[in-house]
Design a binder for this molecule. Structure first.
Ligand SMILES: Cc1cc2nc3c(=O)[nH]c(=O)nc-3n(C[C@H](O)[C@H](O)[C@H](O)COP(=O)(O)O)c2cc1C
Length: 361
């Protein structure tokens, strides 16, 4: 129904407008428990073979909501009722930010992809952390933090900015993701520079504070091998739980959309099908580098059970979705979870964890 009725109507509206009304609706629906129960009855799916305990947290299934959809932490109860096994709020920054001017999100239907240059719009860590303190969720909630989108905040000030957010969310988040790979800021991806990343991790005290929630680092899909391994080498010197692979791409590869359209759209992060295989390759590289000992959250172009299986086989423990939701709609989460269960039954696999183990033995 979504693909044949709802999506054609939504796609007649601008991508920015659809984005806004979707978030507003999800936030509004989050306030009505009876509605959440109905949604859960329609979209929820549970099976013991999908449940995992990772970093001391219980994930009822491996499909999570990627950062960027619920930037202000207003819609998590509704996303939980759609069957997600975990949600990642954010990116949240120390100062509130209105983001880049519109238009700032663009659909590429021929590629089942999106380009966005939202520019870290969010209400700021103080407001959001207060809101999240009183959350009522059964699933793990990660908070993704980034540096405030302001080119005058650099060097020590940038680290201080991150620390402000980190200190406010560390007592409320089930896990924290450090977004060092946002392509949509004027100053660029400052913490994907090895020395800066090292200084950041040191200053957040990640190597010594055992009371911290699990901390993840989110990488760009555009990293070349030498930079990826250099960054991993630095992260492995700290108590990092794992990696989120990957963020969007600044490149314009693997596209069917005409070049003139792409040129007209301009800058932004490419997500969806177009980055699916590249993000899977990064997962594979992280898995090999860390010898399968670190948690990997695989994200980038997942829109079917087959995509999910590929990323799990590459070494992901958990997965996240954003663009797939835009093209496939709310039934996608249940479809993938049910598809994974059917796949396991068919191949005599007793647990989702072993989809990965079978491949990597
Ligand atoms: C509109 C939009 C906004 C996003 N905002 C953020 C963000 O604020 N922080 C972040 O870490 N990733 C953000 N992302 C990246 C996603 O979390 C994800 O890493 C990427 O889109 C690849 O997954 P997908 O192909 O399933 O969308 C955003 C993606 C989109 C499409």
């Amino acid at each position: 129904m979504y693909k044949f009725l709802v999506r054609p109507l939504l796609f007649r509206l601008s991508s920015d407008y659809t984005h806004e009304i979707t978030i507003k609706s999800a936030s509004l629906l989050s306030k009505y428990k009876w509605l959440l129960h109905i949604t859960e009855a329609l979209y929820g799916y549970s099976n013991n073979s999908l449940e995992q305990k990772i970093g001391g947290l219980r994930f009822p299934n491996p499909i999570g909501l990627a950062a960027g959809f619920d930037k202000n932490g207003t819609a998590a109860p509704f996303m939980q009722s759609l069957g997600f096994g975990f949600v990642e709020i954010g990116s949240v920054t120390a100062n509130s930010c209105i983001g880049n001017p519109k238009p700032r999100t663009f659909r590429l239907p021929a590629d089942q992809s999106l380009i966005n240059r939202l520019g870290l719009n969010n209400e700021g860590v103080l407001t959001i952390s207060r809101r999240l303190k009183y959350r009522d969720l059964k699933i793990p909630m990660g908070v993704n933090i980034a540096k405030t989108h302001d080119p005058s905040i650099i060097g020590e000030k940038a680290i201080e900015d991150y620390r402000t957010s980190f200190n406010l969310v560390k007592n409320i988040a089930d896990y924290i993701t450090l977004n060092i790979s946002c392509p949509n800021t004027t100053e660029g991806k400052t913490f994907e520079e090895p020395e800066s990343l090292n200084n950041l991790l040191k200053s957040l005290g990640i190597e010594k504070d055992a009371s911290l929630p699990p901390v993840f680092v989110k990488f760009s899909v555009d990293l070349d091998d030498s930079l990826l391994y250099e960054l991993l080498n630095i992260c492995e010197g700290y108590a990092i739980e794992g990696y989120v692979a990957t963020n969007t791409s600044s490149l314009r590869e693997n596209l069917k959309t005409p070049e003139s359209t792409i040129r007209q759209i301009g800058k932004g992060g490419l997500s969806g099908k177009a980055i699916c295989s590249k993000s899977t390759e990064i997962i594979q590289k992280i898995y090999s580098y860390t010898k399968g000992l670190k948690t990997i959250i695989g994200v980038g172009g997942v829109s079917s059970t087959e995509d999910a299986i590929e990323k799990l086989k590459a070494g992901a423990d958990l997965l996240q979705i954003y663009t797939g939701l835009v093209y496939e709609g709310p039934p996608l989460v249940k479809r993938i979870n049910r598809g994974l269960t059917d796949y396991m039954k068919k191949h005599g696999i007793d647990h989702v964890y072993h989809i990965r183990k079978v491949k990597n033995q």
